[in-house]
Ligand binder design. Structure first.
Ligand code: ADP
Ligand code: MG
Length: 324
């Protein structure tokens, strides 16, 4: 067998598991999946490029983990139940054969560490060679058709603004690594092994108006919600934004650092004040902390308030591949 097929049928196909709705998985020209009776299919795709989204020397396990996790985060923000994934691997030639097999095995170990608990089955993909290591993943999930949508465009004036988990840990880990320092284990985990908020996303569906996942930076992603919801605005209370102590210390240099760093993969959502108790109970049931960090306003623009003062916004609100 060719090296490509050896990778697919030795390192990938044997570890992916099965699913009652999967009629035909890896091995033919395309996969066959039976359709559920009702509901909507939810699909998303994200690409990770070595040197842009992860360090080229990053462990294959972490890359496999993150490649799937960031995709599932997009499904989480839609309240979807993840089901299947497609994986396109572009491997550099210099990862010669033995190493390629080892790299892909480790990649799949990290992938499965996320896929298994969330019940995601890899049903196909593509394997090719490219000068730069890159990974594209498509994820497929379902959402009950009866549920209301948590779209970016459905935020309402006077909604509370909430965020899950804590913000800025991955950003601090990256900043430390870029300056040649070692982040602590906890910070490194936030950067390399994010956990998609799948359970929380599904549980929030009936309670929330708008939601998205924070990948480019809290402020940048919030601005997408505000823009999509008709140019409304937001007030953020800096002290309320959940951050680890070391992230707060990092923010002594610049209060915006954690808010523009990105890679958080937390859920940012807006909901009517009437839902406060229900949201707190839901979050507790999902064992995922959530925090109210601000509110949405009829007046457009974002106001970040710290110590009772409105901070002037930085020119760059988050990560943008076409500006850096
Ligand atoms: P084709 O020639 O029809 O494009 P390929 O040779 O690319 O098929 O792939 C053979 C089979 O292996 C297909 O079922 C495809 O979905 C699967 N496959 C290829 N690469 C991957 C991968 N990286 N992950 C999962 N499945 C893969
Ligand atoms: Mg192909």
């Amino acid at each position: 067998v060719s090296p490509e097929f050896s990778l697919i049928f030795k390192q990938i196909a044997p570890v992916v598991g099965s699913d009652p709705e999967l009629v035909l998985g890896i091995g033919d020209d395309a996969a066959l999946v039976s359709l559920p009776e009702a509901g909507e299919q939810v699909l998303a795709m994200d690409t990770l490029v070595a040197g842009r989204h992860f360090f080229p020397e990053q462990s294959a396990y972490d890359v496999g983990w993150k490649a799937l996790a960031v995709n599932l985060s997009d499904l989480a923000s839609m309240g979807a139940v993840p089901r299947f994934a497609l994986l396109s691997l572009s491997l550099p030639q210099h990862l010669v054969m033995d190493q390629q097999a080892m790299w892909v095995s480790e990649f799949m170990r990290g992938w499965q560490a996320v896929a298994q608990p969330f019940g995601v089955v890899l049903i196909g993909g593509d394997t090719t060679v490219s000068p730069t290591l890159s990974i594209s993943v498509t994820v497929i999930g379902y959402r009950p058709a009866s549920s209301r949508a948590m779209l970016r465009q459905s935020a309402q004036v006077d909604d509370d603004l909430w965020v899950s988990g804590s913000i800025g840990s991955a950003g601090l880990a990256l900043a430390l690594l870029l300056s040649g320092e070692m982040p602590t284990e906890l910070l490194a985990q936030a950067l390399h092994r994010p956990l998609p908020r799948i359970a929380l996303g599904q549980a929030l569906l009936p309670l929330v108006n708008a939601a998205m996942d924070v990948s480019d930076g809290l402020l940048a992603d919030l601005s997408h919600i505000l823009h999509a919801s008709g140019g409304i605005g937001a007030e953020l209370y800096w002290e309320e934004i959940p951050m680890r102590v070391e992230v707060k210390a990092w923010a002594d240099a610049d209060a915006f650092l954690p808010l523009i760093a990105g890679d958080d993969y937390e859920l940012l959502f807006s909901a009517s004040a009437r839902q406060r108790d229900a949201i707190m109970q839901t979050a507790q049931a999902c064992q995922t902390p959530v925090t109210r960090i601000g509110r949405l306003t009829a007046q457009s623009g974002m106001k970040v308030i710290k110590n009772g003062q409105v901070l002037s916004l930085p020119s760059r609100l988050g990560f943008d591949h076409f500006q850096s």
